[in-house]
Structure formats: structure tokens, C-alpha cells
Design a protein around this ligand. Structure first.
Ligand code: BG6
Ligand code: MG
Length: 216
């Protein structure tokens, strides 16, 4: 019998692939600022907060902005990003994500969202998955970004489950570290070379099963 009572899911890169929309919006902003920003650079923004993402882009370009200017730039990027996610549909759910959440819930395992995004409710609404989570914790509820475990600890607390009884699903290195820092098990979604600190790495939730959860 497994000790796992809850699964906590990151959103971007685990449930949906929004990295492409983040990239388009950041690229548009970088172009306006005359900063060269590539898809390779975009990898560094995964799992990272909006404010920190902007700092990384400004650092890449050697550009300095005041705090007020940074706020304006981050807001401008977010308006473009929200225009894109408002057009998302359930067809964009990553393979196996919905099915695995349904499998967990049918087995009595609680589910939570643990995302850095402040746009998670828009995305969950567009892909029609909000009802599959017992608790939703996102960038609006936390003050410390991953690799700090705050977002996952709040998720566990909201579910009434001890951290050691939780498994986190994460595609970002910072997210894997956040789960470990919170005393949780972690399944990496992506490449074992990159997510080498995870207890198990799979290419997507379509490769997960209750048997694999049991063995963690
Ligand atoms: C994370 C993404 O889920 O959310 C990051 O991986 C993103 O790339 C962060 O920067 C914040 O998202 P948002 O929607 O609040 O700008
Ligand atoms: Mg992610």
C-alpha cells in the first residue's frame, strides 16, 4: 500500500505547454527593447516568476530599467500573453494529463495545482480542468518563488496532507528542487539528464500510472 495521499501538479509544461506563448510574448518585448532573445534563452525562464523572467531578459541585453519601468514592461508582456491563453482550448492539454488526474481522483488520491503563474485560473478555465483539482495554489498566493517550497507546502496544507505523503510533478529544475526542499517526492516531466534530482522522470503524464506512484 502506497503512502502517497496527494499529487501536486505544476501547470506550465506538465498539464499544458504554454512555454511557446510565454516565448512569443517575451520575444515581442525583447524585440521592442532591441534585446536578442532566443528559444534557447527561453529555457531559463521555465518555472521562474514573471518578474524574475524579465530580469533575466534585461540581463541578457545588458539593459537597466527602474522598478516602475520593469512593472510596466512585465504588464505589457502579460497583456500579450493573456490574449494568447484566452484562445486556448482543451485540445492543448498535454497527452495523458487529464486521464492521470482522473485516475488519481478515482483512487482516492487528492490533487492540487502548484504553479508559479498568476494566470492559472484563466488557463484551467480555458482547458476545462479546474474541477479536477481539490486545491489550487498559484503565483497569486505565494511570495517566494521556486526553488522555495512555499507553493507546494501551501498545496499540501490546503489538502490536509503531510508533505512526505505528497508527490510533485514538475518540468523545471527549480520546481524539482522546490519539491525536494519541501520534503516531498518528485516526478520529473521531461529529460532525466536535466531533471536528475527527481525520484523518477517520465516524458509526460501519459507515461504515469498508479503502479509507478506506488513504487516511489
Ligand atoms: C511558470 C512558467 O509556470 O509561470 C514561467 O513556467 C512563468 O515561465 C511563470 O514565468 C509565471 O507566469 P505568469 O503567467 O504569472 O506570467
Ligand atoms: Mg513548469
Amino acid at each position: 500500500m502506497s503512502s502517497i495521499k496527494a499529487c501536486i501538479f505544476d501547470l506550465d509544461g506538465v498539464i499544458v505547454d504554454t512555454a511557446v506563448y510565454h516565448f512569443k510574448a517575451w520575444k515581442r518585448l525583447a524585440d521592442e527593447l532591441g534585446i536578442n532573445f532566443t528559444e534557447h534563452d527561453n529555457e531559463r525562464l521555465k518555472g521562474v516568476s514573471r518578474v524574475r523572467s524579465l530580469e533575466i531578459i534585461l540581463e541578457l541585453g545588458g539593459v537597466t530599467k527602474t522598478e516602475a519601468e520593469q512593472q510596466e514592461l512585465a504588464t505589457r508582456k502579460n497583456i500579450w500573453y493573456v490574449e494568447m491563453i484566452n484562445r486556448m482550448t482543451p485540445a492543448e492539454i498535454l497527452p495523458g494529463a487529464k486521464e492521470f488526474l482522473e485516475t488519481c481522483r478515482a483512487a482516492g488520491i487528492k490533487t492540487a495545482l502548484g504553479s508559479a503563474s498568476k494566470n492559472s485560473s484563466t488557463i484551467l478555465d480555458k482547458i476545462n480542468m479546474a474541477h479536477l483539482f481539490d486545491a489550487i495554489v498559484d503565483g497569486n498566493h505565494v511570495s517566494k518563488a521556486k526553488p522555495d517550497p512555499e507553493v507546494f507546502l501551501k498545496g499540501a496544507e490546503a489538502l490536509g496532507v503531510a508533505p512526505a505523503e505528497c508527490v510533485v510533478f514538475e518540468d523545471a529544475i527549480a520546481g524539482v528542487e522546490a519539491a525536494i526542499n519541501g520534503g516531498m517526492k518528485v516526478v520529473g516531466i521531461g529529460s532525466p539528464d536535466v531533471l536528475n534530482k527527481a525520484d523518477l522522470v517520465v516524458s509526460g503524464l501519459d507515461k504515469m500510472s498508479l503502479e509507478k506512484l506506488d513504487k516511489l
